[in-house]
Design a protein. Structure first.
Ligand SMILES: [Zn+2]
Length: 532
């Protein structure tokens, strides 16, 4: 863990040796230097020195200019080390770990441009470096990365230098976590609050009010040595982010998760989230602080768009109820006759802008409430009586369209994937031919543009297909969860925020009008259940 500093004095480090041959022109010392210079300019870092070791292997650190840089770090000249990619820094993970620790000790930030590694963002260096080392021996980089990660993850070792809040390191095994009772209790409180009716603001308020040290402060208070160089004053000012980080960390379920993010593209430090099914999760690597059930409830509750209301359950429907004609959220008009439940909903547009823009769409709170209650009950009964048929009817309400869509998008997925790989080879051959002067520059440009466009197009289509499949799986998951939950509520006599958030997606209210044939007043209220 390092701290952000106001100014960065960068030491740009370049290295090249025989082992790097295959990198071709893009790996030359000069090209490395240019890339780092541009990077510094783009990020307003001052490049104080350029250190280059031409002809030195990355498998050891016996390199004159690397050592000169280390001396400069110790003298405070450099507080940021930049390399083009991790293999410039090292091809030896064990030795690298020593220098990674040293960087941390001197609060020196480390950036590997092509790999998207930035220690200020909490990125690990040693783990990806292992892959760089592997890369020396293998061509299939992505496969290797994955299997190296897998091996690491499967071993269930905790690799960060600091334990996650709520845990401490096992004194007998630093790669294993034990529950730290005091903060673990705070974690439990946070999840319990989130699973009932509390939102982020309420949780933050509670923790601050209870004078509970923030995770950073708690760590600092128990590890004074860690902050020797930059004293840290413990405090109790929690914020939404610090609560969110805890609520989203699966470590509290007893699992270790790897590969949550990946770098978006080369020469970018942006990291994008990987889809959850690509995460490598090792379960039961340490004791859980909370149950899966509590986790699910808290996430279900936070995921719903319901706002925190002052009036308790009167506002339970807020965030779910919308005007069928203009789509605006309905606003609640309190007409408290004593028990707090009476009141009405009006179209938000009508309320704000007047009758030229939309009609009232007037409906009483009790009216919507009763209808919803009856509808959920009858669905629950149907679910119990004939599960298979009910499942099918739900599916028909929500699915199918997407499947057809994906078929139209791409007729032959397998073929498209093969073609993308083939184009990779064609393009790299093209580069070789161009470098060797086999084809003239204009012709190269022309062909390159053509192949690249084809590949880009195919990739976009494949991405769309992947996204669609992902959606389908999610939908199936929601359907199962819906089925499980609705069976439990057959006999309920009141709605609760939890029931709403688990079962209901949206309620749309039409304008009441007289039926031209019967003359009776009719109003269309449509309930969308949370399975679509
Ligand atoms: Zn409206």
């Amino acid at each position: 863990m390092i701290f952000k500093q106001q100014f960065y004095n960068a030491g740009n480090y370049a290295r090249l040796s025989d082992e790097d041959d295959r990198d071709g022109e893009s790996g030359s010392i000069d090209s490395q230097r240019k890339i780092m210079q541009q990077f510094c300019e783009a990020n307003s870092f001052v490049a104080v020195d350029f250190y280059s070791d031409d002809g030195y292997s990355g498998t050891n650190f016996d390199r004159p200019n690397f050592q000169r840089m280390i001396r400069d770090i110790k003298q405070g000249k450099v507080n940021l080390v930049i390399v083009k990619d991790l293999s410039r820094f090292a091809r030896n993970a064990g030795g690298a770990a020593y220098y990674v620790d040293m960087f941390e000790e001197y609060n020196v930030r480390f950036i590997a441009i092509d790999d998207g590694v930035d220690t200020l963002q909490g990125d690990d260096i040693v783990l990806p470096l292992k892959n760089v080392v592997n890369e020396l021996y293998a061509k299939d980089i992505s496969k290797k990365t994955r299997s190296a990660l897998n091996a690491r993850a499967k071993s269930g070792q905790y690799l960060s230098s600091r334990p996650a809040y709520g845990y401490m390191k096992n004194p007998a095994d630093h790669n294993h976590l034990l529950i730290d009772p005091e903060p673990a209790e705070v974690v439990r409180t946070i999840f319990t609050m989130a699973s009932t009716t509390y939102g982020y603001n309420a949780i933050v308020k509670h923790l601050t009010h209870q004078k509970i040290l923030t995770p950073q402060s708690y760590f600092a208070a128990h590890n004074p040595d860690y902050f020797k160089k930059k004293p840290f004053t413990p405090h109790c000012q929690w914020n939404n982010k610090s609560v969110q980080v805890i609520l989203e960390n699966p470590i509290y379920l007893g699992n270790l998760v790897y590969g949550k993010t990946r770098s978006k593209k080369i020469r970018s430090k942006d990291r994008s989230a990987r889809p959850e099914e690509e995460w490598i999760v090792t379960e039961g690597t340490h004791d859980a602080i909370i149950s899966q059930q509590l986790w699910d409830l808290a996430h279900e509750r936070l995921g719903s768009r319901k706002r925190e209301g002052k009036c308790g359950d009167v506002h339970m429907l807020a965030g779910y109820i919308f005007c069928a004609d203009c789509g605006a959220a309905m606003t609640f008009n309190n007409r408290d006759f004593g028990n707090g439940r009476h009141g009405e909903f009006l179209c938000g547009t009508y309320k704000r802008k007047g009758k030229e823009h939309c009609t009232t769409h007037y409906v009483t709170y009790d009216g919507v409430y009763q209808m919803l209650l009856q509808d959920i009950r009858s669905k629950a009964r149907a679910a119990q009586q004939n599960e298979a048929r009910f499942m099918k009817s739900l599916e028909q309400e929500s699915q199918h369209l997407a499947v057809q869509k994906s078929a139209v998008l791409l007729k032959d997925e397998q073929q498209a994937r093969q073609r993308v790989a083939q184009l990779d080879q064609i393009i790299s051959r093209l580069y070789e031919d161009s470098a060797l002067g086999v084809i003239p520059a204009e012709r190269f440009q022309l062909m390159y543009t053509k192949y690249e466009a084809e590949q880009k197009d195919l990739r976009a289509k494949l991405d769309a297909v992947d996204a669609m499949q992902h959606q389908q799986e999610e939908k199936a998951g929601r359907l199962r969860a819906f089925m499980e939950f609705i069976r439990e509520v057959t006999d309920m006599d009141a709605l609760t925020p939890t029931i709403l958030s688990r079962l209901v997606k949206r309620i749309t209210v039409g304008q009441a009008a007289a039926n031209p044939v019967t003359g009776e007043k009719e109003q269309a209220i449509r309930i969308e259940f949370a399975v679509a």
